[in-house]
Design a protein around this ligand. Structure first.
Ligand code: GLU
Length: 435
């Protein structure tokens, strides 16, 4: 039997990372087994499942490279089939009609639980069971004539020939009902695997209140789709060795439900940021440059390409997310860059700094060639003859030319800026803060 899994989100406009992780596991499982991964859009909530919400969902899948097989199935198109099935269950006495609550608003269709204990093997949690007395009959068609989630979800899984249902463990209770429905409908029950929740530091389901909880948030913050994919894949699954940075084919090859953990997974943004930095480093130079140019463009920075490329090389290793690019490179392009207040107060506005900068400026002016090696040698010589500490010279120079205390190594930085800019910037800084 060919493995067929599916992602069955209810589009709301934002895609929670927990849902996306379920999609990733379904995708990895299907690809590992050479099977199919399907998309079913559970869009029966007409108010929330707007075309925009569906587009956001599709965009998130493209961004994460979660390709699916066949055409997506839109649940809203299946209402007739759902209602027909309810009629069939009624005709067999497996469901009955009732005016729930006796409100006179019409009758619901209620599924009759079989009255036997239920037990199933969960691919992650092991054997799960529930006593008959703890399972009540439940509504499958509302009094307004619309099918309820349980009925639609099961019928569509049957329609799509889904063999494995991998979803969040908030659905475990539903699964006992769903298994009963499958049996009543005379269909084969799929294999189930329920993923533990993603939680916050307090062990509660991870939500917007805890920080970025939606795929779109991470995209906006400058994370790469590949890195988020890798991070979410490892949030609750491990390949069984200490690999952390893994390509999609490596993950496909290593994936198994047995190696999914049965306890909740906690979000660790530091780890994601680290991972993203690793992915940024792995980008081919051309791709990294393209992303950088794109960011500068969005920020309205007009960059001379040759100069910009040298800057991108300089910051390459420090860039952890796409969002770092403009803050890390902006001062190269603007002679009127802003200064970090604390840096100015602590390192610039001190006795002797005006004199130091004036002397450094003179040293730079006198250099025959202005490059990385010559500025390096000149400043080290200056430190030695002046008797000043290394930091007392380098920090003011760095702040004078960039406005901030941290950044790429100073001498490559000076080299890329070039003598003319460096001298102008020292002058400007002295004028602003030291005269
Ligand atoms: N639309 C449901 C959800 O997003 C589907 C659950 C399932 O995967 O069966 O929770």
């Amino acid at each position: 039997m060919k493995v067929r899994t599916r992602f069955a989100p209810s589009p709301t406009g934002n895609v929670h990372i927990g849902n996306m992780r379920a999609a990733i596991y379904n995708w990895l499982f299907a690809r590992h087994h050479g099977g199919q991964f399907l998309l079913r859009v559970e869009d029966t909530d007409r108010e929330r499942s707007t075309p925009e919400a569906i587009q956001t969902l599709l965009d998130a899948m493209v961004w994460l490279k979660l390709d699916f097989d066949e055409e997506p199935l839109y649940q809203s198109t299946r209402m007739e089939a759902h209602l027909e099935a309810a009629e069939m269950l009624l005709s067999k006495g497996l469901a009955y009609k009732e005016d729930k609550g006796g409100t006179g608003q019409g009758e619901c269709v209620i599924f009759r639980m079989p009255g036997t204990d239920s037990i199933f093997e969960d691919g992650i949690k092991g054997t799960l069971s529930k006593k008959a007395e703890n399972m009540q009959d439940f509504v499958i068609v509302r009094s307004n004539g619309t099918p309820v989630f349980h009925l639609a979800n099961v019928l569509d899984d049957i329609e799509q020939n889904v063999t494995h249902v991998i979803r969040g463990d908030d659905h475990v209770e539903n699964t006992f009902r769903h298994i009963a429905l499958y049996k009543a409908l005379g269909a084969d029950v799929p294999k189930y695997a329920h993923l533990p929740m993603i939680v916050n530091a307090q062990g509660k389901p991870y939500s917007k209140r805890d920080g970025d909880a939606f795929v779109g948030d991470f995209r906006e913050k400058g994370f790469l789709g590949e890195a988020l994919f890798n991070y979410l894949a490892l949030l609750g699954w491990s390949p069984g060795d200490d690999r952390e940075i893994m390509s999609m084919p490596e993950m496909v090859e290593a994936f198994s439900l047995e190696r999914c953990q049965s306890s909740a997974a906690q979000v660790d943004l530091k780890k994601l940021t680290w991972m993203n930095g690793e992915y940024m480093l792995k980008l081919p130079d051309e791709d990294f440059e393209m992303i950088c140019f794109g960011e500068l463009d969005k920020a309205g920075i007009d960059a001379e390409p040759e100069y910009a490329r040298r800057i991108f090389k300089l910051v390459r290793e420090r860039v952890k997310t796409v969002a770092d690019i403009v803050p890390m490179t902006g001062y190269f392009f603007a002679d009127e860059f802003e200064y970090d207040e604390q840096a100015v107060r602590k390192k610039l506005q001190k006795d002797g700094v005006a004199d130091t900068l004036a002397k450094v400026k003179a040293v730079f002016e006198s250099l025959e060639i202005f490059d990385e090696a010559s500025t390096d040698k000149a400043l080290h010589d200056f430190v030695e003859t002046s008797g000043l500490g290394f930091g007392a010279v380098m920090a003011p120079v760095r702040i004078a030319v960039s406005g901030v205390q941290s950044g790429p190594d100073l001498f490559p930085l000076l080299n890329v800026l070039g003598r003319e800019r460096v001298l102008k910037r020292i002058e400007r800084t002295t004028g602003l803060f030291l005269s």
